[in-house]
Design a protein around this ligand. Structure first.
Ligand SMILES: Cc1cc2nc3c(=O)[nH]c(=O)nc-3n(C[C@H](O)[C@H](O)[C@H](O)COP(=O)(O)OP(=O)(O)OC[C@H]3O[C@@H](n4cnc5c(N)ncnc54)[C@H](O)[C@@H]3O)c2cc1C
Length: 367
């Protein structure tokens, strides 16, 4: 799909329902169907498995355009892509042939289940257990705030076994797996979040992805790098939309006998949104190129891009609300939704504070 066709798709099928999705905390079935029919779930999956085999720059365009309309839709895509990519990179041939055609076609959606009540930023604290039993593993524990959890047909679940943390594919339904809807939060209100309880959920010995004790070091690290890149592109889209809304209003609204855009302080706010957009564009172009080239500096570039893009989205949406004034605070204003969604971007896929630590470490600045 060309970028122009993608924009047209988003305008026709994602944008119109974004406000109601946020207000009601429900992802619209029609949007989901349209995304499936357009093949959006398979963009980062190889053609061999029925996907489109797009570069991360192309997948980034998808995140950017969808993120400009509806961050919840972008988040569902990101969680799905992260899990599909982990299966493609770290799964066995059987995992790939079983799941990737389903995920590429959107017949099953995927979710990434890492976080727990006591293991948020500190993923080493994972308490979900993988007990070795005849023929496989029994998984027991709780997972929190799983994007797309209410829709997923398969979860990538991280659990602690005898040797360390492993990653397992858990299909849904599964005996012992309970999926409970999370009440809509500050932002990403239609991202169908769920909490999971696993009560001795049996998975076969071949359900593990990657080597023993490779759950965090390899599988999660791989998925999170892609996730950070896609969240950053989504933030860029959100900043694009803020610039569009703020500019439109600043030209239309007259105060003190002049359009708002003629007031220097408003120009300053608009200029800072432009800087947010253009700095994200530059960082993301570099990060996506490095990511696709498997450049050793790729993960630092992705960390920097995600850290910066989340802050840029907050700045852009903050300034957009400021420029729209009371209209920007109204329930039906898109910019107040962007403002709430942007705040979430500073928490997910590594909070701003955690990313700063990782950036310092990867840049070789730690003692
Ligand atoms: C809308 C939404 C969707 C989500 N989707 C998913 C999902 O699909 N899958 C999933 O597994 N999880 C998901 N999460 C969970 C998310 O990954 C966690 O919220 C995130 O990792 C932070 O963990 P926490 O909320 O427990 O915060 P905490 O880790 O308790 O952190 C709280 C604060 O303390 C700071 N902090 C923590 N540790 C340090 C440190 N060492 N140094 C400095 N500051 C620190 C943090 O930066 C943050 O500001 C989602 C969360 C939200 C809100």
């Amino acid at each position: 799909m060309t970028d122009q066709a993608l924009r047209a798709f988003v305008q026709a099928h994602v944008q119109p329902s974004a406000h109601a999705a946020d207000r009601d905390g429900v992802f619209p079935a029609a949007t989901l169907t349209a995304m499936t029919n357009a093949g959006l779930w398979g963009w980062n999956i190889d053609r061999r498995w029925g996907g489109q085999g797009c570069t991360s720059a192309d997948c980034g365009s998808l995140s950017r355009r969808v993120g400009a309309a509806c961050s919840s839709a972008r988040a569902l895509l990101t969680a799905h892509q992260m899990t599909a990519s982990a299966i493609e990179r770290w799964g066995s041939e059987r995992h790939r042939s079983q799941w990737l055609p389903e995920l590429a076609a959107g017949r099953a959606l995927a979710a990434f289940a890492l976080t727990e009540a006591n293991a948020g930023s500190d993923v080493q604290a994972i308490e979900t257990r993988a007990e070795a039993v005849p023929g496989g593993f029994a998984l027991s524990g709780e997972k929190r705030w799983i994007t797309g959890g209410g829709l997923a047909g398969v979860f990538l679940v991280f659990a602690r076994g005898a040797a360390g943390v492993d990653a397992f594919l858990v299909p849904r339904p599964a005996p012992g797996l309970e999926v409970r809807a999370v009440a809509p939060m500050l932002g990403l209100r239609a991202a169908v979040l769920a909490d999971l309880t696993l009560d001795r959920v049996f998975v076969g010995a071949d359900a593990r992805l990657g080597p023993s004790d490779g759950g965090l070091r390899f599988v999660a690290a791989h998925a999170l790098e892609l996730g950070r890149l896609m969240v950053a592109f989504g933030c860029l889209g959100l900043a694009d939309a803020c610039l569009r809304e703020a500019t439109r209003h600043a030209h239309a609204r007259v105060q003190g006998g002049r359009p708002l855009a003629a007031h220097q302080l408003v120009q300053g706010l608009l200029a800072e949104i432009v800087v947010a957009v253009q700095s994200c564009e530059a960082l993301l172009a570099s990060a996506a190129t490095r990511y696709d080239a498997h450049d050793p500096q790729s993960s630092l570039a992705v960390l920097v891009a995600k850290y910066h893009a989340a802050e840029a989205a907050v700045t852009a949406s903050h300034h957009a609300v400021q420029i729209l004034g009371a209209r920007g605070c109204a329930d039906d204003s898109a910019v107040q939704r962007f403002y709430r969604d942007a705040k979430i971007m500073e928490i997910i896929e590594g909070s701003t504070e955690v990313l700063k630590g990782l950036i310092a470490a990867q840049a070789g600045l730690m003692p």
